[in-house]
Design a protein around this ligand. Structure first.
Ligand code: G16
Length: 525
């Protein structure tokens, strides 16, 4: 009898594949309408067990979420033992498994085992889920897949994506990264934040007060806990805490794309406001003054944080020993890249969209700051840099700040606490932060087409490779605009083509984006 008899039996009886639409592992896992995902979840549960075997029994994470997507969507992200996204070479294995027929499952699992040279062992998997109504049932499908494949599942319940990453790493490091409990997560971040702020004598223009938009998701629940723990240190007024629809008219993606305040915060003036997305791995700041909206996105967070870390390195005499760099994507505003390289003297590398790519590129530096413009990112410190910082008496502020950062993946709330620390240390208001440089006006749009996968890109997504003629027409449109820049790429999380445009004025950026959307639709219709 095949060792996968149980996996097949449960698949046929309870989690059969009833659709034949092809689904692919995208920018951050599988993501589509929730009703199409039951069999995918079941199979990912089984695959996570194999991944754990391949990693000598270390814990693998499975997160059920569609993050910034609408409530009707859902998805699954796999987390590797050191907290990174699933290794790239396994993405095609996951796609293959998700798209095979039920009866092919045993063969596909066997081919993963032989292809990757895996020896059966302990298969440990942590499962977390967001607050979507469809998440409990999909989580049960993952748990069933783990059990059928002979693995041991721990159901962590409703958590943010970064909390699951934390749990995986804290467990796999035997507590070295932090106590492997949710209480350990909250304690680590809130005590580091409290100590850092406690060491600041003068707040200058900084005021420890924010308005928080929880996107009606799990970020609101996490913030509730931080509000209790940070009482008297950071005053947080929370909005969109769960009674409304997830990500609808609120959340980090809404604020970034629409460049306007979310529901509930439309009329707030002169106060720092923060939005997180549906699974709390992205964060965006903004404020309004005299009715004018000002966005402080991932690029702004990257420049703020990199500039301050560079200052701390100089202050502690470590500038020559620790190399700091930044990673961005094509979405980074041209002004932020100029400011980072020319004014701050921090080198920048550009990679394709997806924190999995940014994270890897950031590991090339001793301190790698990576943020996508959409607010997804963090800071990673090499083992050598961490050791040196901890052992250098003049680097105590840096050591404290390092503990505020969830290095395992972008974490909206850890990033928020980091931003608050830097603003407090600099004595800056949101306005002071905003005036460090001027963004080039820009516009993000979505183009609906029949088949977005017909578009392929190169040069870190800045050039279209196919279909033929598309890049030439984009170039021609761009040439009409002063300081124009535009690129198109198929989304890996939504069924759309994304279009980005920059130009000297807002009107021109909007016009360029609209022109490029039309070109994409004409060529792909
Ligand atoms: C995911 C990825 C991000 C990416 C975003 C949008 O974020 O983790 O790195 O920027 O999708 O990707 P795309 O433009 O391909 O749709 P999240 O927060 O939605 O999981």
């Amino acid at each position: 009898m095949s060792r996968w008899a149980k996996v097949l039996e449960v698949a046929l009886a309870s989690h059969p594949r009833t659709i034949d639409t092809k689904i692919s592992y995208g920018t951050a896992g599988f993501r589509t309408k929730a009703e199409l995902l039951d069999h995918v979840m079941y199979r990912m549960g089984a695959m996570a067990v194999l991944r754990s075997w391949a990693k000598s029994g270390q814990v693998i994470g499975v997160m059920i979420t569609a993050s910034h997507n609408p409530e009707c969507d859902n998805g699954v992200k796999l987390v590797d033992p050191v907290g990174e996204m699933l290794e790239f070479s396994w993405e095609s294995l996951a796609t293959n498994l998700a798209n095979s027929t039920d009866r092919e499952i045993p063969d596909v699992l066997d081919s993963i085992i032989s292809g990757c040279g895996i020896t059966e062992g302990a298969g440990r998997v942590f499962v977390g889920r967001d607050t979507r109504k469809t998440s409990p049932a999909l989580s049960n499908a993952v748990l069933a897949g783990i059990a059928a494949a002979g693995g041991v599942a721990t159901d962590i319940g409703v958590v943010s994506t970064p909390q699951l990453h934390y749990m995986v790493v804290a467990t796999n490091t035997g507590g070295g990264y932090g106590e492997p409990t949710l209480d350990g997560y909250y304690s680590k971040l809130s005590s580091a934040f409290t100590s850092f702020l406690g060491g600041i004598k003068e707040f200058g223009n900084y005021s420890p007060k924010i308005m928080f938009d929880g996107a009606n998701g799990v970020g609101a629940l996490a913030m509730q806990e931080f509000m209790t723990r940070l009482k008297g240190i950071l005053e947080v007024t929370a909005f969109n805490t769960g009674s409304g629809e997830l990500n609808s008219g609120c959340g980090a993606d809404f604020v970034k794309v629409h460049q306007e305040a979310p529901a509930g915060l439309e009329a707030v003036e002169n106060t720092r406001c923060v939005s997180v997305d549906g699974d709390a791995d992205r964060v965006i700041y903004f404020y309004r003054k005299q009715g004018v909206f000002h966005l402080l996105d991932g690029d702004r967070i990257a420049t703020l944080v990199a500039g301050y870390l560079k200052h701390l390195l100089a202050e502690s005499g470590l500038s020559d020993k620790i190399r700091i760099g930044c990673v961005q994507t094509a979405y980074a505003n041209g002004s932020s890249t100029d400011y980072m390289t020319k004014s701050l003297g921090v080198p920048v590398s550009c990679v394709p969209t997806g924190v999995k790519f940014l994270h890897h590129a950031a590991l090339e530096f001793d301190i790698g700051v990576y943020f996508e413009a959409n607010g997804h990112g963090t800071v990673v410190f090499s083992q050598g840099a961490q050791k040196l910082i901890k052992e250098t008496p003049s680097a105590q502020s840096l050591a404290m700040l390092m503990n505020v950062i969830n290095q395992t993946v972008g974490d909206a709330i850890s990033d928020l606490l980091l931003v608050e620390c830097v603003l407090a240390a600099r004595g800056w208001s949101a306005e002071d932060w905003f005036h460090q440089y001027s963004d080039l006006p820009n516009k993000l749009m979505k183009a609906s087409v029949k088949d977005r996968t017909l578009i392929t890109t190169g040069d870190a997504e800045r050039q279209v490779l196919s279909p033929a003629g598309l890049q030439e027409r984009v170039n021609k449109a761009v040439a009409e605009f002063k300081r124009g820049r535009s690129f198109v790429r198929p989304s890996g999380t939504e069924d759309v083509v994304r279009v980005y445009a920059e130009a000297e004025t807002k009107e021109e950026a909007d016009k360029l984006a609209e022109t490029v959307v039309k070109i994409v639709q004409e060529i792909l219709s």
